[in-house]
Design a protein around this ligand. Sequence first.
Ligand code: PLP
Length: 624
Amino acid sequence: AELYGIDEWGSGYFGISDNGNVEVRAQGDHGQVAVPLTDIIDGLSQRGLQMPVLLRIENLVDSRLSILNESFAHAIATTGYQGQYRGAFPIKVNQQSHIVEEIARFGERYNHGLEAGSKAELMIAMSVLQNRESLIICNGYKDAEFIDLGLQARKLGFKCIFVLETVAEVKLVIERSRALDVDPIIGVRLKLSTKVDGHWAEDSGDRSLFGLTTKELVEIIDLLRAAELIHSLQLLHFHLGSQIPNIRNIRAGVLEACRYYIEMVGEGAPLSYIDLGGGLAIDYDGTSSVSGHSRNYSVEEYCVDVVEAIAQQLDAHELPHPTIVTESGRATVAHTSVLLFNVLDVGHFNPGPIPEQLPEKLHEQISNLWYTVKGVKLEKLQECYNDVIYYRDQVRDCFFSGEINLRDRAFAENLCLVGLQKIVELIPQMKRIPPELEELPEQLADIYYGNFSVFQSLPDSWAINQVFPVMPIHRLDEKPSRQATIADLTCDCDGKLDKFAGPEGETNTVSLHPINPDEEYYLGVFLVGAYQETLGDLHNLFGDTNVASVRINGDGSLDFVHELHGDSISDVLSYVEYDPQSMFRQFRMAAEQAVRDGRITVSDRQQMLAAYSESLRGYTYFER
Ligand code: PLP
């Protein structure tokens, strides 16, 4: 567990059983219940769902929503805050219908609403929210159609709020509200000067792309007042960025926003909501630090700090406490999904055996390499490394010029690996490890080839170097003896996982077990429920993976509540505008021609057509 930090990033939802399996843990009727991921994989394979699979665990969305809402409720109760909390899940973080429906269902008891950034998302919100107390927050640039849709939602009784991003939008809201005769609820998204740490630092501060400047805010207030709609201006919104690692930045942002709140009330806006947007971070690397992949606070601390900061500012002006809104996406859904895949093969840099004695008649540079390798010792490790690399390069030069043949070069390359492995084994005994040698173990690490696509399933790992927890999900009662990077199926040099969280910080390799030829080896990539599914793309035409949702019942039994087969080859071909049927017709014509030419028999033709047609229906990933 320590090697992978699962007890930290797992947040109590994932852990290792006594017999070495990763298990999902949930609250049962009589204490904790746990289900090993390998049992789930068995169940999936019995249902025809092969690897890779995106596994969603329903209980975790339920739990995350409860933690967020209960923590705010607790902070409100203990600090004597007079307002309430209303969450709004941003649909863009995971738009999949099953997830949004779960949020609407589990969130109903807390009046947890939804945030929509487009017309399509607003339509989703209106179709899944049953409850009229929950908020629908409309962010993003809005055209007349978007606004009309939101106004109709108001007519149906939804608490639908337009958050203005531009001055132009306010004119449209005024015009459409008059046309449809609906009193809108309006918010303004402010550009705060508070800057945050972490990957989304640019979302904050003066240069952030979104939000109104103070001058634009004043313009909007004037326009609303002139239109006799100032009573509609009820919400102040800001979003400092996602995954904010440092709680101090959040507090500073809230304090700054409150200054605007106070001023806007002074201007006659009857504000009653303060919306912090997203930003509540999760612990991807198990370090609880301000590294970009973690945070230095808990959900409970976040809630207390927010509640206290607002109360402190507004009490000084004797203003009533507003409803606190947050649009937490990542913190709500990241835990719920795990990408599971099998390892197809391992490429390694293990040297083969070398003879006892130096073979005769070898080129002089190979002999030099031989003696250098034989003489590797701890006392002069850097020097030995330099010499091994020097003679290896000499041998390569001689190969280019034709002085050394293919077999001798192969002998020398293997010799070089023997030398480098000897050096790697001695490195831990060095008092001070020079930077060049520090990188050597990684250069000799194995490459595990996984049955998945980084681009389809973990796009943030490729696009923004997001670290996700990755580990074997079984055999953990056995010491993992290999260091590895993980390559995907795409044959793209970016199609790899080579940043891992470890007990001593970020590493470029992960500890894995040697694979057994007669047993599948499964890896899991955890905390992938936020942003990954929709941002994923079709690089190399690897399509959506199989998806399964499970629920762990109070007695520890498992329900497979939802299963979805991933894209077929025919699906992905049609996404890029091929017509699979006409492709099949062309293939059939080519086969017919081959029969006429006598290259294949009619029965060959039948087999080929059947195989082609089956492939069109088949999974885009590696099938055993
Ligand atoms: N609200 C807005 C306006 C956003 O832009 C985002 C994402 O960046 C979110 C909410 C969700 O943020 P998070 O996933 O950090 O909770």
